[in-house]
Ligand binder design. Sequence first.
Ligand SMILES: [Zn+2]
Length: 283
Amino acid sequence: MLDLSPTLIYPLAAFVGLCLGSFLNVVIARLPVMLMRGWRAEAREALELPEEHNEPFNLVTPRSICPACEAPIAWHDNIPVIGWLKRRGRCANCHARISPQYPLVELAGGALAFAVAVLFGATWQGVFILGACLALLAMAVIDLRTQLLPDSLTLPLLWAGLLYQLLFQPLMLESAVIGAMAGYLTLWSFYWAFKLITGKEGMGYGDFKLLAALGAWMGWQYLPLLLILSAGVGAVLGILIQLALPRLRGAPMPFGPYLALAGWIALLAGEPLMAVYGSFFLV
Ligand SMILES: [Zn+2]
């Protein structure tokens, strides 16, 4: 795409990633609220209740405010990571604590963009992969915070995966379509088997759609690896979290963040991993 030297591309990519991470923070904070509002409005309509009149609320309006005192946040306090560090994680107006989630998501965005730049260079393929990695980041944090995996993120990720194959690896298109279907069906089957045996719901439909999306990006051949990675990391982290924070024992654990983590690993280090995986399981 562009013929730039790595010394220029890498820091530039990291900077763009930090800024995109800052935008993801807005998506993470607002998308669940926007969905809730939409569902409330639909429910009121179905119940024939009068419409509620709310101030407009979307990804652009209103401006960012402090959740504690509602003071608007100045642009220079909104600079990725630096703004948070400068105020030592507190609101400039009321000194309420501001979650470290903000700088962490920004740093993750920067790190992902840096990794994609190193692995893919300044190519359109890299732009697509970065988009997928950032979408997974937003989904992971939204799922952690709200136990929701919005369709408005999982489904476009699936379509984008098919488009990616069509544009860059048309020979993979067949594996991608099978990957999307088999990904959905695998977790759907786990869900029903678990529900029939235990009477409990182990995961949500969002998880099926997320694995379907990853199947589209990676092809069906990667599904066992994605499941082993996400279930393995999920089991280890789940046990560690419950040991460290006993109050969380028995609390529902979202599966989306582990799928997202497996997705990053597969998108960024898929080929070497498949080689190792293949030598273990397919000899
Ligand atoms: Zn404040």
